[in-house]
Design a protein around this ligand. Structure first.
Ligand SMILES: Cc1cc2nc3c(=O)[nH]c(=O)nc-3n(C[C@H](O)[C@H](O)[C@H](O)COP(=O)(O)OP(=O)(O)OC[C@H]3O[C@@H](n4cnc5c(N)ncnc54)[C@H](O)[C@@H]3O)c2cc1C
Length: 309
């Protein structure tokens, strides 16, 4: 059996949780490889010196400068050897682990706090109960910090560097991310946001073209962010996203759940476009259009263009 740790770094230095992951990996048995996604290979030496590590692979690419789920998962999946994948249970690593698990068709066990004779235990129901599972083949496992003792120093694992910046997929994703970087919702005076009612991420192009006419930012509901890769978390408005306070907020295909309202209800003017006249968003809208976005957005764009140009 082989265990592959996907390490985190901070300011290009190895995160201290890596040594805890090595202890967890060793409790599963088999060899241990550490894969370090970073913009440089400067964390390799620290990783090689952890006891119980056989091999270190630094995966170097510009896309690792800030977390982006799909480009990170693609770049790491291309390099990480087969085996159990072990990550720390931080928000980013849990997200990354789930994405790599989906790419590789592996099971995932999150928030593991102990490993005993091949049985993995994690808290469930907000810690009110413990769940124990055993692995049947390779899996992705995330380990809660401070639950395993850190492995000591004194190792001398072989180390190699893979430069993923030359990887076309990674480079293209970076370029797309940069090209599509537009005004942030938290800075914008006008926001047009899409929800699950947009039907798919490709339809956000309709919102973007109206945003271009208005000089607006494009936002999204959590349902849209959770459902579609192309809709980044930075666009999410609401309780667990950004709180915004623009002059004009246009909600398209958004039902108006309390958690979404928490992030935008203080907007000066709210316009809602929704095909369901009973959608709660209409109770908070200054102007409401009961229709599908497919009907409304093309004529809204044409009207705005003739008004503003
Ligand atoms: C702890 C917690 C935190 C949360 N934090 C947030 C948060 O920060 N932000 C957030 O947004 N949500 C958050 N949520 C989720 C929230 O409860 C809702 O699930 C979410 O806001 C629903 O998103 P939605 O309105 O896009 O989707 P839905 O509720 O599915 O609504 C889709 C709407 O689109 C309409 N529609 C469908 N097709 C069309 C069409 N062709 N044209 C026009 N309209 C159409 C439908 O009538 C419907 O009203 C949170 C939930 C929890 C439990």
């Amino acid at each position: 059996m082989s265990n592959v740790i996907i390490a985190e770094t901070k300011n290009s230095q190895l995160h201290p949780s890596t040594a805890e992951l090595v202890t967890a990996a060793n409790s599963l048995g088999g060899g241990v490889t550490i894969v370090i996604p970073s913009t440089s290979d400067s964390a390799s030496t620290a990783a090689s010196s952890i006891m119980g590590v056989d091999k270190v692979i630094a995966v170097v690419a510009d896309c690792f400068s800030s977390y982006d789920a799909s480009s990170w998962a693609a770049a790491i999946d291309a390099v990480a050897p087969a085996g159990n994948l072990i990550l720390t249970a931080s928000n980013d690593s849990k997200d990354l682990g789930a994405r790599i698990a989906a790419r590789r068709g592996l099971s995932i066990v999150q928030n593991v706090v102990s490993i005993d004779n091949g049985e993995l235990t994690s808290p469930v129901y907000s810690g009110k109960a413990l769940e124990t599972v055993s692995l049947n083949g390779n899996a992705v496992v995330t380990i809660r910090a401070n639950t395993f003792a850190a492995a000591g120093e004194g190792g001398s694992a072989e180390s190699s560097v893979v430069n993923q910046s030359a990887d076309v997929g990674c480079a293209v994703r970076e370029m797309i991310a940069k090209a599509s970087a537009r005004l942030d919702v938290s800075e914008a005076n006008i926001i047009i946001s899409g929800g699950r009612g947009m039907g798919g991420p490709e339809n956000f192009a309709q919102l973007e073209s109206i945003a271009d006419v208005l000089g607006a930012a494009v936002g999204a509901s959590r349902a849209a962010v959770d459902a579609w890769d192309g809709i980044g978390h930075g666009m999410q408005v609401g309780q667990t996203g950004k709180t915004v306070n623009p002059s004009l907020y246009i909600a398209v295909g958004i039902s108006g759940a309390i958690q979404h309202l928490a992030g935008m209800r203080s907007s000066k003017y709210i316009v809602a476009i929704n095909k369901d006249a009973e959608a709660p968003i209409f109770q908070h809208a200054d102007y409401g259009i009961v229709a599908t976005w497919e009907e409304v957005l093309p004529s809204l764009k044409a009207e705005l263009e003739s008004l503003l140009n």
